[in-house]
Design a protein around this ligand. Structure first.
Ligand SMILES: C[S@@+](CC[C@H](N)C(=O)[O-])C[C@H]1O[C@@H](n2cnc3c(N)ncnc32)[C@H](O)[C@@H]1O
Length: 312
């Protein structure tokens, strides 16, 4: 049985979901064909609970991510000892346990099925990582995981989309990794395929869309300009006005809270800016083509536009 040929939500919300459900259902067929008594043994509270690939879950059935892809997903997210990893729908706990065992990260699995929670706790104990790897019974749509620095998911496209607004509100720089399914129009920052199974990475972008007052200081003095960014996730473009000059920002790049761009000012001096976004302020350094180094501060002048740029 091929686990990635499976996932299924009882209530698929898109055509992609329906296709995924059919694949999940194919893998789950032997389980669903089991006699009622055998299936009942998987019910919460069963003392000798044995999980079955394809067993029913609240919003999606259980299919484990293969070890090699678990490793690749955690590497794509550059998980380390300073991270707090949360797996949404943690199943038997393998992603959470790998994050603790192989990357020394504190990790937490949120799983609706209490039998799977108990199983994951036993697995963490067997792996000797119970001090780093924890599991809680809960619903991923109600649980507060805003403290996480890395979120992992093997769900369904519709569920990823439902979680997306919450994920986009997480701290800029938070890494999200999924097995198999994407995030609608939010392009991934990285992807890998291991043995035919895709994994995707996104870095939560800081909200930068809207107007800013840009103050640049270097040995030439201090200058002010108005900057406006248009944002759709990590894709950002910008325009700038200085006196009677209207221009465009070049090479705008946003990764988490790190924003860089270039701009040719009213004197024809091309400067490269590189800073960090902290709420209503961006601060950083700038360097002119002739090597003159300086600093800059940008302060918001109006409301922030939605990070998703209004995209589906
Ligand atoms: C496809 S499995 C992935 C398991 C694990 N993350 C992995 O990659 O190996 C999805 C898991 O999500 C759980 N689940 C489904 N809906 C859930 C919900 N609303 N809240 C918490 N867990 C849920 C299922 O019970 C199942 O264990």
């Amino acid at each position: 049985m091929n686990p990635s040929d499976t996932p299924a939500s009882p209530l698929p919300s898109s055509r992609l979901d329906r296709r995924a459900m059919l694949r999940f259902a194919a893998a789950a067929a032997p389980v669903l064909a089991m006699p009622a008594l055998a299936r009942a043994q998987q019910n919460p509270g069963t003392p000798n609970f044995v999980p079955q690939v394809g067993q029913q879950g609240k919003d999606v059935i259980w299919v484990p991510t293969p070890d090699a892809l678990v490793d690749r997903m955690l590497r794509m997210a550059q998980v380390g000892p300073n991270d707090q990893v949360v797996d949404l729908g943690s199943g038997d706990g393998k992603i959470v346990i790998a994050a603790a065992r192989d990357f020394k990260a504190r990790s937490l699995g949120v799983e609706f099925n209490p039998d799977m929670v108990a199983l994951a706790r036993r697995n963490a104990e067997k792996a000797g990582v119970q001090s780093l790897a924890r599991f809680e019974q809960g619903d991923i749509f109600k649980f507060d995981y805003s403290f996480a620095s890395v979120v992992t998911m093997y769900l369904l496209p519709g569920l990823n989309l439902k979680l997306r607004p919450t994920l986009l509100k997480m701290r800029p720089g938070t890494r999200l990794v999924t097995h198999q399914f994407t995030m609608g129009s939010w392009e991934p920052d990285d992807s890998s395929t291991v043995d035919g199974r895709p994994g995707y990475l996104w870095v939560v972008p800081a909200p930068v869309g809207g107007g800013w007052k840009l103050t640049t200081t270097d040995s030439r003095g201090t200058s002010e300009a108005s900057v406006s960014f248009s944002q759709a996730f990590q894709q950002v473009t910008g325009t700038v006005r200085m006196g009677s000059l209207d221009g465009r920002l070049r090479s705008v790049r946003l990764s988490g809270d790190r924003l860089s761009f270039e701009w040719m000012d009213d004197k024809g001096v091309l400067r490269a800016y590189d800073g960090r976004v902290a709420g209503e302020r961006i601060e950083g350094g700038c360097r002119a083509v002739d090597g003159t180094a300086g600093s800059f501060v940008a302060q918001r002048t109006g409301a922030a536009t939605p990070v998703d740029g209004g995209r589906e």
